[in-house]
Design a protein around this ligand. Structure first.
Ligand SMILES: [Zn+2]
Length: 430
């Protein structure tokens, strides 16, 4: 298939934007990209999908989310993080049923493919449900199993039981073309050194990635200093658990010494602007991270604390927050924000073939409709995507060459079933 559009944002190293472009797809990969006349001449006889006044962009990567938490969207609002977790979230999470977990994940995936997100990095419990939902939905992603030091818990009666389930999932999903697992200790304040060492060993044993919440609030830093004598990042580094396979979510309260460690270990930082603003946790020092050479991605943190699973909305917010928090309107440019949502996301999920549309890369992309009054006129298509789009302009989402959404139709998800399950999820959460 060859897709043509008025604009193609390639996101290669030169940040090429092709006007009147074409993208050829074969075997789930980008086969060719460039001016439409040239690409069509090189691929005669192939079916053509002419999108016209639209912009094709690499699929967005939601680099930190909790997809089953769609069940708690709008449930407990306007609270402080620790009160929200202990009063509203943890008591409900103790009562999950696998059937509902899968339905909640599917609800999030429906929103993702609607709004141009093609890949995700999830962190939750009983993740065989999210693996199954993501496999069926056709998305690409990292499915992280949450680990805390308290037992019994939903993931298992003992740590051996929990780790046994993780090993079973690793065996069951090994070699999947789009999905990979992660061992995801929840945070420094819900684990201990022994748990963190065990998680690192399990990630190395299974070949899964490693990710955790990190330095989300000043309280987390103060508590870690009091209990461990170190800030969260130096504490984790002293345990030897931070590597190039590691994604650290939030990174709001980080100083220059923390960033030097992240740079040295090759970790990716994932900012979560909406969640951090809503919980008043603060703003991650994103421009300083980038200046320090730390790869940065963007995540929604899931629908319970966002309250959306919409990466265009999040990318817009990341750009604005980057300016507000530095007092510098030249910080966090539109191109930088798009880079974080695409190429930065690829770093977080450990997939160098994601986040760009060069030949050989994954055919993961979406197409923004540029015909609406809110998108006109187009002076700079990257600016249009980052500052004007809301997500609902998206008319096509493709992952590994497969169309998952087109012009109001979900092609891999039964959206009527999702609507029915959302009513069951509301009853469950109540
Ligand atoms: Zn989170």
């Amino acid at each position: 298939m060859v897709y043509t559009a008025d604009w193609i944002v390639v996101q290669d190293d030169a940040r090429t934007v092709v006007e009147h472009g074409a993208l050829a797809v074969a075997d789930g990969r980008v086969a060719d990209v460039g001016p439409a006349a040239a690409v069509l001449a090189r691929h005669p006889g192939e079916p053509v999908s002419a999108l016209g006044e639209a912009a094709i962009l690499p699929g967005l990567v939601d680099a930190h989310t909790h997809v089953p938490m769609s069940a708690m969207r709008g449930l407990a609002e306007d609270k402080e993080l620790f009160a929200w977790l202990h009063e509203d979230v943890f008591p409900r999470e103790a009562r999950w049923e696998p059937r509902l977990l899968r339905a909640a994940a599917e609800l999030s995936f429906a929103e993702m493919v609607r709004t141009g997100c093609t890949a995700f990095y999830d962190m939750y419990m009983l993740q065989e449900n999210v693996f199954a939902a993501a496999d069926a939905a056709g998305l690409r992603g990292v499915v992280g199993e949450n680990v805390v030091r308290f037992f019994p818990q939903l993931g298992g009666a003992t740590r051996d039981a929990l780790f046994g389930r993780i090993r079973d999932n690793a065996a069951a999903w090994r070699g999947h073309p789009r999905l990979r697992g992660a061992v995801a200790p929840h945070a420094v304040y819900t684990t201990d050194p022994e748990t963190l060492h065990a998680c690192r060993d399990l990630a190395d044993e299974t070949g899964w990635l490693f990710g955790m919440h990190m330095s989300e609030t000043r309280k987390e830093t103060a508590d870690c200093l009091a209990e461990r004598g170190l800030r969260p990042i130096p504490y984790c580094d002293s345990l030897g658990i931070l590597r190039a396979d590691t994604a650290l979510f939030h990174c709001v309260d980080v100083d220059d010494a923390d960033l030097a460690i992240l740079r040295g270990r090759g970790c990716t930082a994932v900012q979560n602007p909406a969640s951090n603003m809503k919980l008043a946790s603060g703003a991650a020092p994103v421009q300083r991270m980038l200046d320090a050479g730390v790869p940065v991605a963007i995540g929604t943190d899931g629908p319970a604390s966002n309250n959306a699973q919409n990466m265009l909305r999040e990318t817009w917010l990341a750009a604005l927050l980057g300016k507000l928090s530095t007092g510098d309107p030249t910080a966090l440019r539109a191109q930088t924000a798009l880079d974080m949502a695409t190429r930065g996301g690829a770093a977080a999920i450990g997939d160098p073939l994601a986040g760009r549309l060069e030949p050989g890369c994954h055919a993961d992309f979406f197409a923004l409709d540029l015909r609406g009054p809110g998108m006109l006129p187009v002076h700079d298509v990257v600016s249009s995507a980052v500052y004007s789009a809301t997500g609902l302009e998206n008319r096509l989402t493709v992952v590994a060459g497969r169309e998952l959404y087109r012009d109001g139709e979900w092609l891999s998800i039964d959206v009527e079933r999702v609507r029915a399950s959302a009513r069951q999820l509301r009853d469950w959460a109540r």
